[in-house]
Design a protein around this ligand. Structure first.
Ligand SMILES: [Zn+2]
Length: 110
């Protein structure tokens, strides 16, 4: 079985990461050289079916956002993209405010 990568249209194995997308992530374009719009567009491009290992994508999204990104936030990528387009990472208190009130939070600080 195979499937088509939704990003580049290449055929990949049914349960495999797309090698083209993985190579692109591993190229690790420095976000300091990117405009806010380019960062937001890249983030939006990665949304949809997972084409790469989650840990690699999560790391890249955090680079694009310029802050830690909680996994539950990935359910609302438009909010992260809007934040990036706004040009500044939101304060940690606003990140916490996005969490449901009945969820426990563990914060590690060094
Ligand atoms: Zn791909």
């Amino acid at each position: 079985m195979s499937r088509i990568c939704h990003i580049d249209g290449r055929e990949v194995g049914d349960r495999e990461s797309c090698p083209v997308c993985v190579a692109r992530l591993n190229a690790n374009v420095d976000v300091a050289t990117m405009s806010q719009e380019a960062k937001a567009v890249e983030l939006e491009q990665w949304m949809g079916p997972l084409e790469v290992p989650f840990d690699l994508l999560h790391k890249r999204i955090e680079e694009l956002a310029g802050r830690p990104v909680w996994t539950h936030e990935l359910g609302s990528p438009a909010l992260i993209a809007a934040e990036i387009r706004g040009g500044e990472a939101i304060p940690f208190s606003e990140v916490l405010a996005k969490l449901p009130a009945d969820k426990a939070v563990v914060v590690l600080h060094d």
